[in-house]
Design a protein. Structure first.
Length: 72
């Protein structure tokens, strides 16, 4: 094979690899966008759960009195 043909084959293979990588990157970016969207939804749901549980984690406003015990 002549040097020119080798150079042409090299360039064509380089473009084929570049195209394959571009397609792969596009698929990866699409999947990352899906994951990001799901994480944002989960983040919102977790924030809502936290807001609802927060009042339950706070100590009561007034301390409760111990029950009266009768001495015998």
């Amino acid at each position: 094979m002549s040097e020119e043909v080798r150079a042409i084959v090299f360039v064509i293979r380089a473009f084929v690899r570049l195209r394959e990588q571009t397609v792969a990157n596009t698929a990866i970016l699409r999947r990352l966008a899906e994951i990001d969207s799901a994480l944002l939804q989960h983040d919102s749901a977790l924030r809502d759960i936290y807001r609802k549980l927060l009042p339950l984690l706070q100590p009561p406003d007034c301390p409760t009195q111990a029950p009266n015990r009768l001495s015998l």
